[in-house]
Write a protein that binds this ligand. Sequence first.
Ligand code: PEP
Ligand code: MG
Length: 537
Amino acid sequence: MVKCTGKSVLKGIAIGKIYVYRKKEFTLVKTYIEDVAAELKRFDQAVKEAKRQIGILYQEALESVGEAEAKIFEIHGLMLEDEGYLEDIKDKIEGKCNAEYAVKEVGDEQAKVFAEMDDDYMRARSADVLDISNRIINILAGVGDDAIKSDEPVIILADDLTPSETIQMDKDKVLAFVTVHGSANSHTAILARSLNLPSLVSTDVALLDEYHGQAAIVDGFNEELVINPLEDVLLDLTAKRDEWISETESLRKLIGQDNVTTDGRRVNVYCNIGGVEDVDRVLESDGGGIGLFRSEFLYLGRDSAPTEEEQFESYKAVLEKMGGKKVIIRTLDIGADKKADYLGLDPEENPALGYRAIRICLNQPDIFRTQLRAIYRASAFGTASIMFPMIISVDEIRKIKEIVEDVKNELASENVAMGEVELGIMIETPAAAVISDELAKEVEFFSIGTNDLTQYTLAIDRQNQKLESICDTHHPAILRLIQMTVENGHKENAWVGICGELASDTSLTKTFVDMGVDELSVSPTYVLGLRKTIREI
Ligand code: PEP
Ligand code: MG
């Protein structure tokens, strides 16, 4: 039996087998080959395998998301039969270049040609050529895709996980995450929490292959990973897990009840989500609405930005599923730990203080307009609100409003139906909290992002695991900024919510209620526990 300690992301217990997850990286180099015939054969076999994989993906997509979404794999299949593409690669191999490099060169050349075309449809094919080329290269180089190959749900043991890796995992196969690095406030941790997975970050465990397949327990209460537990430990923790499950079950009697204190103060309890796949959990846990839809997750784990149509479909699906309940869509908050290579953002010394979120949107309005068009089009299918992240000035809001007005006029001239959309901002920089009196005149609501507000107020990088011990999330400076924001919001009739992780900290619920906070937006996992706390105040 081996015991390791980490930092708990969710108080719960998972029991299962370990799956050691390694990033599959390799360096692509150009080499000179002698045996051209053997290399051509290797290439032909890789193309055949790529077709087989794409065929499977097509079927899976057809069954899970429908014909329209599956079409992309049909296109990939056709591209793999394109004579021009295949012949160009073979020519390079005949020039004695290794197959991997030949595929890379031809893929890049063709992608560039597509990218420079005028037609939107053809331009979008650029990412597809890169995608199929990468698939062939990975097959040639013996690199697996990152899919979890296991018949049963497992405990993922990894060095670290980026939000895009986490988002791409088949969640039905995951019982828990345990990472050697990472902090409890990272987006990967937030994702684990929203999936109700009792996970550990910053764990002192060695990433040994021999652990793969071994029995283990993730104990989120004691912040421990137990590998190969002794019989009595297993029995003990199994009982504790069952107790946790039954306590969670017993909260279900609060479904349908109000979030109201004993003296009659009502607080909205909404949910944070990353995509349409999370909405079922919101409904199951009786969330009153969606207080934070982190739309940037739609942009992660892919080779190109989601189109207006793709975004429209996602927002519409969430709005329809929520059946008229409020859905607050936060516009793209990419940057810092949420990276998308295709945006071509330069590496930065201080990414958290850098080019991110609304700064990108105001500087690259095409990206912003596409998203706004998609949200306004979807607004006809439910109750949509929009909020803007990382605001620091009134000037930003004015610029945003100009773009919003322009997009709305454009859609109106196309006779597109739109609903009433409430506009708000995130208060997650100390600057925004301090000038919240002025900002409140411009918007209908504030949502306080305590994750970033904490990192910027305390000057503590939320990703830095070394600083977690001094990261006092209850620091009086943060609580005062929250109080000030609530008061300033209310003076101008703007409602004020909290959507950072602090919203689910029940030791502060009474403080927030006393401050007059109108809404708390939490992971679906916490809705009923929070309701219980509110009802006992
Ligand atoms: C926050 O900063 O508190 C927040 C809710 O946004 P994110 O965690 O996505 O940065
Ligand atoms: Mg934030």
